[in-house]
Design a protein around this ligand. Structure first.
Ligand code: TMP
Length: 251
């Protein structure tokens, strides 16, 4: 067996060289981290569930015209993806006050926001991914004004679509983080959605009880992290394809 070339290793994923130029393989690890790596654990089965949930969501988004890097899921832990030039920004969209927004503005967690709020964070863990404005983004050449407009419009569409998708299975989309990359076609650059969308990168609450079904369970030591991720997959109707070890909740 030939060893694949590792291109990048992040906290929850590894990127390997893909089978053809312009492709990569995205591998989902079981590692979980929070608070800038100060808290770490291995949550057995997390990578498998996130790979499947992210594939499901990205495929649905593609159908409604939100182009993204997913080509296909290859196996339990890997996806074949398009290679993109990552934009060094985390785009956060919030519908309900929670997490760092609640802390920064002294808002009670759970307060419905007057409208959805978009934030750009500069992607640098050493700097704690600070919030940045369009001024910073254009001055430092991280993205053009046109690209900022595209990311904002796409993120709001993703928010509308995902809010509906989760609401249909009694889950409230509180907030989420996404990342974008550039692809080059005939000398033109275009922005597409990249990275992942999973309970690691979204806040998802049971709409009836407000029970957390996302990574806050890990951040706040609430327990039952995998069980909650599994519950999200179950409600989305994609649990039957999971290996039996995860289906039985024994991971
Ligand atoms: P925050 O409240 O900590 O700023 O996070 C807002 C949402 O974005 C929450 O769903 C978690 C997600 N997020 C990430 O997944 N990774 C990140 O680095 C950041 C800043 C947020």
């Amino acid at each position: 067996m030939t060893r694949r070339k590792k291109i990048y290793e992040g906290k929850a994923k590894i990127l390997y060289e893909g089978p053809e130029p312009g492709t990569l393989i995205q591998y989902f690890k079981d590692d979980a981290s929070a608070f800038n790596d100060q808290k770490k654990a291995v949550l057995e089965g997390k990578g498998v569930i996130n790979n499947r949930i992210s594939e499901y969501v990205m495929t649905k988004l593609n159908i409604i015209g939100i182009h993204n890097h997913l080509i296909k899921r290859m196996n339990l832990r890997e996806q074949l993806i398009r290679e993109v030039e990552m934009i060094p920004l985390k785009v956060v969209c919030r519908n309900i006050a929670a997490g760092s927004l609640a802390t920064r503005f002294g808002l009670p967690e759970g307060q419905v926001l007057p409208r959805s709020i978009l934030e750009f964070h500069y992607k640098d863990d050493k700097l704690n991914s600070p919030v940045v404005t369009e001024e910073h983004i254009t001055a430092f050449n991280w993205a053009t004004t046109q690209e900022i407009d595209d990311m904002m419009a796409m993120t709001l569409r993703i928010n509308d679509f995902l809010s509906g998708l989760f609401s249909a299975v009694n889950i409230t989309l509180v907030d989420f983080k996404i990342e974008y990359g550039r692809v080059f076609e005939n000398d033109f650059a275009r922005i597409i959605l990249a990275d992942e969308i999973s309970p690691d990168s979204c806040r998802l609450w049971d709409s009836t009880t407000n029970e957390k079904l996302d990574k806050d369970r890990f951040r706040r030591d609430m327990g039952s992290v995998i069980e909650s991720y599994t519950e999200v997959a179950r409600r989305l109707g994609i649990m039957q394809e999971m290996p039996t070890v995860i289906q039985g909740g024994k991971v």
